[in-house]
Design a protein around this ligand. Structure first.
Ligand SMILES: Nc1ncnc2c1ncn2[C@@H]1O[C@H](COP(=O)(O)OP(=O)(O)OP(=O)(O)O)[C@@H](O)[C@H]1O
Length: 471
């Protein structure tokens, strides 16, 4: 029953923690990477939470058992042999004292262990994702050596953790055996002096070890539990990360997006990316923001989407600060297409439906026509049911981009914020896409960021950004 309860309670804790981690990531949204790396999230959410099982499932219940057992045994044994019972009871706290002695050292060691573990995970994930680049530059052998060295450092710290655990278990065993021996020795002396009978000595000898076993068991769980506790520091660092409060105000779909005196510096960056920028995107307009690479164009769109919070100046949609707008409302108002179209390992249809779950096949087709990708999809043997592979691997860069654009069209938001939507397209496809954007936007407001001159020709308002300022 005890094992069952332990298991059920730890399962409950694990479920709850994973749920909290998941919700935190959703709340952090695209900014989660400024708090924690992707592989660290995976490691703490999977292995880290699993490690906590010993803490909740074994250590905590054993803690109460270890506290109660010696006291109960003492209460019984004192009727048989008071001096031996007293000696045994006095020796028991030596085990937690031994645990406490190694704790500071163990804590530091386990901190290092988890640091190396997550950093190895980071490197592995990064190298795997960049394998093509490594192969192209024949840098894979070099990276492999680097990873081997990192893995070796991790192996060494793992061995140190195991050594620490073994040493401390040995110390606890010594305390337990010496304590039991001391109690036995007192009982035998008492027997020789005629203070207890043979039955009393035998009883003392038999229960002497049981004074220590629960505490000794607690000690071994403690070391495994400490590993989980070190992981929990990482978990709580993520869970404690500040999440900007969600806005609550509904926003009418009528006014412009206006930025006034907008300045923005990325966390940890040396200088500001945007400086004192004023820009207005009136409803129904086709506005283009052009500028050199790195001038801050994408950052502007991210602030409009509230992926980051505005600290200097203001960004308002229909007269309401974006930070005050209800986030779901904001997402309904603003469709957004990033520079890298993320396609899921699913069919083309399902990838498009993400933008609008109740979209009909006709609506999907219309969005694809507007993005000049329908003919391509229709020509595939499985048409819209064609699987796109991992990250859309089976498609070309331009095809992926046009599907991303179709998805943004399908979203049917009054504002369309597009970040370099035609950067991977040939001039013919680009001209078609820009034409459908200009002519077929059906009252929608388009804000397009690009460094291509072709976009300037179709837009009715063009802003130029240079080094974070309007020029
Ligand atoms: N998450 C980030 N943390 C720190 N700095 C960042 C971050 N994202 C972008 N930057 C920096 O902000 C500056 C502007 O980046 P941004 O992506 O807005 O430029 P851009 O004009 O869209 O460039 P491109 O045309 O090449 O896409 C760059 O110098 C970049 O290094």
């Amino acid at each position: 029953a005890s094992s069952r309860q332990s298991h059920l309670s730890s399962a409950e804790v694990k479920l709850r923690l994973r749920d909290l981690i998941y919700r935190k990531l959703l709340a952090l949204g695209p900014r989660y990477r400024s708090v924690v790396s992707t592989s660290e999230v995976v490691q703490v959410a999977v292995e880290g939470v699993d490690q906590l099982e010993t803490y909740f499932g074994a250590y905590l219940s054993q803690f109460f058992c270890a506290m109660l057992a010696p006291v109960t045994l003492f209460a019984v044994l004192r009727f048989v042999n008071v001096p031996a019972a007293a000696v045994l009871l006095v020796c028991v706290p030596l085990i937690p004292a031994a645990i406490a002695a190694v704790q500071t050292w163990a804590k530091r060691l386990l901190g290092t262990y988890w640091g190396r573990y997550t950093s190895l995970g980071d490197t592995f994930l990064e190298n795997l994702q960049g394998l093509t680049t490594l192969k192209v530059y024949r840098a894979d052998a070099f990276k492999q050596r680097e990873m081997n060295e990192e893995a070796e450092r991790f192996r060494r710290v793992t061995m140190r953790v195991l050594t620490m655990q073994l040493n401390s278990i040995t110390i606890m065993d010594l305390v337990a055996f010496c304590g039991a021996a001391a109690g036995t020795w007192v009982a035998v002396t008492q027997f020789q002096a005629g203070a207890v009978g043979l039955a009393g000595v035998l009883f003392t000898v038999l229960v002497a070890a049981d004074f220590f076993i629960p505490m000794r068991q607690l000690g071994s769980f403690f070391h495994i539990a400490m590993n989980g506790m070190a992981a929990s520091e990482k978990i709580f660092r993520l869970l404690d990360a500040d999440v900007p409060a969600d806005g609550t105000l509904p926003v009418p779909d009528e006014g412009p997006i206006v930025a006034r005196g907008l300045s923005f510096t990325y966390p940890g960056a040396e200088g500001p990316t945007l400086r004192d920028l004023d820009i207005e995107v009136p409803r129904g307009s086709f506005t283009a923001v052009v500028g050199r690479s790195g001038s801050g164009k994408s950052t502007l769109l991210k602030l409009f989407m509230r992926f980051w919070d505005v600290r200097g100046g203001s960004v308002a949609v229909s007269g309401t600060e974006v930070a005050d707008v209800d986030t779901d409302n904001l997402r309904d108002l603003e469709g957004y297409m990033t520079q890298d179209t993320h396609l899921f390992h699913d069919s083309i249809r399902n990838n498009l439906r993400i933008a609008r779950l109740d979209a009909t096949d006709d609506e999907i087709e219309a969005a694809c026509r507007a993005a000049s990708v329908h003919d391509f999809v229709a020509g595939l043997p499985q048409g819209y049911d064609t699987p796109v592979g991992e990250l859309g691997d089976t498609l070309s860069g331009g095809e992926r981009q046009r599907l991303g654009l179709a998805r943004a069209f399908l979203h049917d938001a009054p504002f369309l914020l597009l970040d370099e939507p035609t950067s991977n397209l040939d001039s013919l496809n680009e001209a078609q896409v820009l034409k459908s954007l200009a002519e077929g936007r059906d009252g929608r407001t388009v804000l397009l960021v690009s460094h291509r001159e072709s976009t300037m020709r179709v837009a009715d308002r063009v802003f130029s950004v240079e080094d974070g300022r309007l020029s």
